[in-house]
Design a protein around this ligand. Structure first.
Ligand SMILES: [Zn+2]
Length: 156
């Protein structure tokens, strides 16, 4: 069977120039192991969803991820946005087989940010292990916003 080369197709190229596209573009095939499905994204956008901790991972900047998305997780009174020491320790000690995650930042309002998460991404020089900065640390914990953190990080 001979496949049509769309790059040589006059109609296709006319359409491409009409929408002002210089490139042919590319797309990535959906992989359910690596990409959130529409349904998963929908439920994570509204609720907490329980997943095994083994499938969590971190991006290069240590922020917490499930498949191809940033996520928040929760333990007792704190929320987490990094693969921080607290989560790592609990997972490696087998004390955290499952965890609740969400994409919905509104669900975090009652909780305060985990200081080890701030430490993991070196947020504004935050150091969870140096107690003499307690006052500075408390101020950061009070005012931290993950949305602002991402905006600052990617505004370049
Ligand atoms: Zn944490």
């Amino acid at each position: 069977m001979e496949l049509i080369d769309f790059k040589q197709d006059e109609t296709f190229n006319r359409l491409r120039s009409l929408i002002g596209s210089q490139e042919y573009g590319h797309f990535e095939l959906f992989d359910p192991l690596r990409h959130l499905s529409w349904q998963e994204r929908k439920s994570l956008s509204g609720h907490w969803v329980v997943i095994p901790t083994g499938v969590l991972h971190a991006y290069h900047d240590q922020t917490l991820a499930y498949k191809n998305s940033h996520v928040f997780s929760i333990t007792e009174e704190h929320f987490h946005f990094s693969m921080c020491d607290k989560l790592k320790n609990r997972i490696s000690q087998g004390r955290l087989a499952e965890i609740e995650i969400t994409l919905n930042a509104r669900l975090l309002e009652e909780k305060s940010v985990c200081e080890y998460c701030l430490h993991a991404v070196s947020y504004q020089g935050f150091d969870a292990y140096r107690r003499r900065h307690a006052e500075y640390n408390q101020q950061i914990i009070k005012t931290f916003s993950f949305r602002h953190y991402l905006q600052e990080k990617y505004k370049a």
